[in-house]
Design a protein. Structure first.
Length: 134
């Protein structure tokens, strides 16, 4: 797949991320870098974003995660409802699905990932925010 910044993908504001999954043989993973220390071991976080698959014929389920070379924290099972624009709020912590014990605050390669499961389509992603859950 390919990803471009495009005005057509703006779900709010002027631009969004357009992800074309044409030709993908598996999941397409959008990886956005995080600042060192933004994720803390034992912390609870919210990932919030807008997403749309404008040509969807059916609902699909996708995944949000934090990842580093040493492991992942995964939240699976968010439903994208048809072709409409969706506002997603996911809660992640090490209890939602951690693959390994990681010293998160000292990792230099942390990304927030949105895993898109449908090939040969286009997704619009906009307004991605990560913040500490109270």
């Amino acid at each position: 797949g390919t990803a471009t910044i495009d005005a057509a993908a703006a779900l709010a504001g002027n631009f969004g991320l357009m992800v074309d999954t044409t030709g993908a043989t598996g999941d397409v993973v959008v990886k956005l870098p995080m600042k060192v220390g933004a994720i803390q071991t034992g912390g609870r976080y919210v990932i919030e974003y807008d997403i749309q698959n404008p040509t969807a014929a059916a609902n699909s389920t996708f995944t949000a995660e934090f990842e580093t070379a040493g492991g992942k924290i995964t939240r699976t099972g968010t439903t994208l409802w048809g072709a409409g624009a969706n506002h997603v709020i996911d809660f992640l912590n090490e209890d939602t699905g951690s693959t390994a014990a990681v010293d998160w605050q000292n990792q230099t390669d942390v990304t927030v990932n949105i895993v898109l499961p449908v090939a040969n389509t286009t997704y619009y992603i906009d307004n991605v925010r990560v913040y500490v859950a109270p």
